[in-house]
Design a protein around this ligand. Sequence first.
Ligand code: GTP
Ligand code: SPV
Ligand code: MN
Length: 633
Amino acid sequence: MGFARVLLHKGANLMGRLIHFWIEWNEAWMATAPDRTAAPPHAPEALRHWVLEVAARTRADQVRWCDGSESEYRELIRLMQADGDLLKLNEQRFPGCYLHRSSPSDVARVEHLTFVCTRSKEDAGPNNHWMAPAEARRKMDALFEGCMRGRTMYVIPYCMGPIDSPYARCGVEITDSAYVAANMRLMTRMGAAALARISKDGKFVKGLHSIGQLDPDRRFIMHFPESLEIQSFGSGYGGNALLGKKCHALRIASWQARDEGWLAEHMLIVGVENPRGEVHYLACAFPSACGKTNLAMLIPPASMPGWKIWTVGDDIAWLHPGPDGRLWAINPEAGYFGVVPGTNEKTNRHAYEMIRHDTIFTNVGLTRDDDPWWEGLEQGKPAFDWQGRPYDPAHGPAAHPNSRFTVSAKQNPSYSPQADAPAGVPITALVFGGRRRTLAPLVYQARDWSHGVLLGAGMASETTAAAAGDVGVVRRDPMAMKPFAGYNFGDYWAHWLAMAKRVKKLPGVFHVNWFRRDATGGFLWPGYGENLRVLGWIIDRCQGKAAGVDTPIGPVPTRDALDFGGLGVDEATIAELLAVDSTAWRKEADEIGQYLESYGARLPAALRDEVTRLKQRLEGSDPLIQGWRGQTP
Ligand code: GTP
Ligand code: SPV
Ligand code: MN
């Protein structure tokens, strides 16, 4: 009795002969398939024990140990097609691609339902929702009790980071969602190799997940960093359900990183190769849906021949002090869970090509020919919206603004061979960035490391559709980690400051803003591929080769240090992009100061001093500092 029988049962409207052919084929396959209901021989005792305990508690119908194989992935896909959880997209134009429509109230991360459950509330900090561990466990136990009746429970061993990297960390996710299992295979190094490493390490993060009834009123994402546990209930959406990603690789890992002297950050990692063949790696922290995937796979503009971009990661970086005194980064992930809207041949050709095969689309629209469709695609027409309703502009966009693609990183044409390097890549510069229509210039540099920590800590950005709630509201999002730091931001900044003692050759620190707007709402800066011009300045600056004007917030490029040629951006706009409005920045510095003070006694004195120095520099300065005039330092 396989899943094909389920199809027979459900698919009364399908042609009988087709179904019988299907069943025969499927059962022949099942007969040769290994038994994956039993624990693999090398599964450690602690893991077997936990799996049995969870299976008993949730009353799962059956247990499937995932081995991460291609045939297993195909089986998961077939199962979801049979259940109606996946629709096959046009095989000619989108081979191996599928559409998943999630429950309409389950389309984004839910920060208000995400908790860090530490013994002391202070350790979670004002930046997190907190619940006492015992109370959280009681709540979750009640939800998980019997929740997998009639369902298959998948056991997913995964490794975050190259399997042979000393920096990689493993986890096991137990879930009752085939969608989660399939996505985990694309997003992580999942299966047999990970299990072997777990047996060797003897330690793993325990992630327990159930979609429950997908009821927003019975939904929680709980983290227990002190015991390396995650419990997530009631959502099937990416960041809430693919527990290797934000829950493990950021919230739990940031806690471990603090204890062990490294950093787990919401950063892309990109290699920038200049025409001389030198590659510099940058790690950049932008909040959710603020351009990490796009920068990580940037297409160099025609004006920069000979430049190449190499993607190491698009969302998360684990940064370690290396033996050579530099900071080294690995990408713990193996795939991308990226924003679909806005992706087209012009904005991001590589992403556009990458998602034309073997991709799972979540919550995009559909054309009459079963092609996926989204706003900003600039071709074709939607026939159905993301909820499967006939497309009607009165219902809003065809694709949900937070619709996503899941794809293996190997499909990225600019995939860096270094993405699998066990030691990672050495980082030349760290770049912070927000989505701000005013104030923050196109790019500016921190004066030194501790000023750089202030640049990150003082970050603010407009909220996006990646999280449930209002969109377009400016909020503080330090280091793009507001939703992801697994502990008190005060302690986190102290840890960042202390990295100066661990890393002898510190990277340069910068802040960028691709999102300045004019009075009519248009972007002042063309963005996307043209952002490479700014990365070029950043890299040169780290080598002492680019001119800058010192302003109270840090050096900005001189007018001529950045090449604006051929952009069609006029001089007044260039001036606006590079200007520092001291009056507005005085207000900003006050707000940053007040925000940081809300961390009370945990706020490091060195960061408070940085705010004082920033205010002092702003006090005596001209109201408007215009770097574009071309002064050199
Ligand atoms: P998460 O996966 O949520 O962490 O997001 P991300 O930071 O990887 O964001 P992503 O690169 O997917 O970009 C989100 C949105 O910003 C997309 O709609 C992009 O088209 C848009 N975007 C990216 N880069 C630029 C840029 O340089 N300029 C402008 N105007 N928009 C951009
Ligand atoms: C983000 O929201 O920052 C994401 C998508 O990268 S999710 O994995 O859903 O968190
Ligand atoms: Mn992200």
